[in-house]
Design a protein around this ligand. Sequence first.
Ligand code: ZN
Ligand code: ZN
Length: 117
Amino acid sequence: MTTEEKRKIDILKRDRKSVAEIAKELNLSPNTVKSYLQRRKSQNSCLMCGMHVEQNQGRKQKKFCSDKCRGLYWREQHKQSDGMTECVCAACGKKFYAYASKKRKYCSEVCYRRRNG
Ligand SMILES: [Zn+2]
Ligand SMILES: [Zn+2]
């Protein structure tokens, strides 16, 4: 899985999408998404590079292996929110995320075909 894919999973997850929806959107298998989210939940790996992060008991949980990763992560998150925009499917009315530059009208291939079929 690429960093880009992980980032998108985070964003879709934040939007309370289900594992199935995320998998479909990113063309990944549901198992890949699920295991990524599970690993993520344990939060003992760096949110940016996935490296193991040593936790100090009783201290605030660390999310990044280094300040460098922390900086990169927030920059990337910001970039993502600029590039991706919330769209409403012209066929089924469902909300979905797409790159603004792509001007997508439909949430899925199915909806596209339903309208253009
Ligand atoms: Zn890291
Ligand atoms: Zn649709």
